[in-house]
Design a protein around this ligand. Structure first.
Ligand SMILES: C[S@@+](CC[C@H](N)C(=O)[O-])C[C@H]1O[C@@H](n2cnc3c(N)ncnc32)[C@H](O)[C@@H]1O
Length: 277
């Protein structure tokens, strides 16, 4: 007795009951495809401040509120706390190189209307779609202006999208100097802003990947990297089938080098983490 209390309680972390844990995990999984069933500690540690800050005394009242009356902002706050927006420029350059050297020459050859449709699904704070734009500008060179290359970039997190729209970043060490000079302007200290020309090539929208895909056009290339890591297998399979339907024949899906596709999907693998319809 006396000193044998729970470490979390001592630190002021709220504990979640089995019942509330199950309710919360099911809710998030059903609506957002995110699998939290092994994240009990994370839920407790990351949500305690939110719950207290919102004036709730325990997980039960917070989960009751969320499931019955939670607004889009409440859900957004929850998901931001429980997932990661971690991203950076020049991430998995092998995939970008393949995109530039193999995919672009192939798809541009058959495009009489000079229009490409590219989607960065789960774009976080924008580094990925801006980076894709830079690879395309580099590829097209003086022909850039003749093509419509606008990228649709979507994410669930409004905070990440806000940062993306601003386009101000600290660049990683390995970022090519020539690209920094061509595609950024200094923004104070070690920060740089993506040029207007690059920013104008990307259209940011909030979109939940659990929702039906009803964009006007089908895509030539879909990038969905480091997003499905949160999803369970059935959610992943269903999403990839929706991607397939939203892709033109011969179009591509690019996932992260650390991910694999579930079996029995109609895509043909053409390179590591790159698949063709
Ligand atoms: C780790 S970041 C990946 C960013 C970028 N694609 C990359 O590879 O660097 C994962 C992003 O997926 C988003 N995300 C997670 N679940 C989502 C969902 N159901 N719908 C849309 N975006 C989601 C998160 O908000 C986060 O910004």
């Amino acid at each position: 007795m006396g000193y044998e209390f729970n470490y979390e309680e001592k630190m002021g972390t709220l504990l979640i009951s089995d019942e509330d844990f199950t309710r919360l995990v099911r809710f998030v999984q059903r609506n957002y495809g995110i699998d939290l069933h092994q994240k009990r500690q994370l839920i407790q540690s990351r949500l305690t401040a939110t719950i207290k800050g919102r004036g709730f005394s325990d997980f039960k009242s917070y989960v009751d509120y969320l499931l019955l009356k939670g607004s889009g902002d409440d859900i957004n706050e929850l998901l931001v706390k429980l997932t990661t927006n971690y991203t950076y420029f020049m991430r998995e350059t092998d995939s970008f190189d393949y995109f530039q050297k193999s995919i672009l020459p192939q798809i541009t050859r058959r495009k009489a209307d000079k229009t490409l449709a590219i989607w960065s699904a789960g774009c976080s704070s924008g580094e990925e779609p801006y980076n894709i734009t830079m690879y395309m500008m580099d590829y097209f060179g003086s022909q850039w202006g003749a093509w419509d290359t606008r990228i649709l970039a979507t994410d669930l997190s409004l905070g990440a999208l806000e940062k993306a729209e601003k386009g101000v970043y600290q660049l990683p060490e390995n970022f090519p100097e020539q690209w920094r000079e061509s595609y950024f302007t200094p923004a104070g200290g070690r920060r740089y802003q993506v040029t207007k020309q690059v920013r104008n090539n990307v259209i940011f929208r909030q979109f939940n990947l659990m929702d039906p895909i009803q964009f006007r056009r089908k895509f030539d290339v879909i990038f969905c990297r480091n997003v499905m890591i949160y999803f369970d297998q059935p959610t992943k399979t269903a999403l990839i089938r929706r991607f397939y339907d939203a892709t033109v024949p011969g179009g591509y899906l690019i996932i992260s080098l650390s991910e694999t596709l579930p079996p029995n999907l109609p895509y043909k693998r053409v390179s590591t983490s790159i698949f063709q319809k």
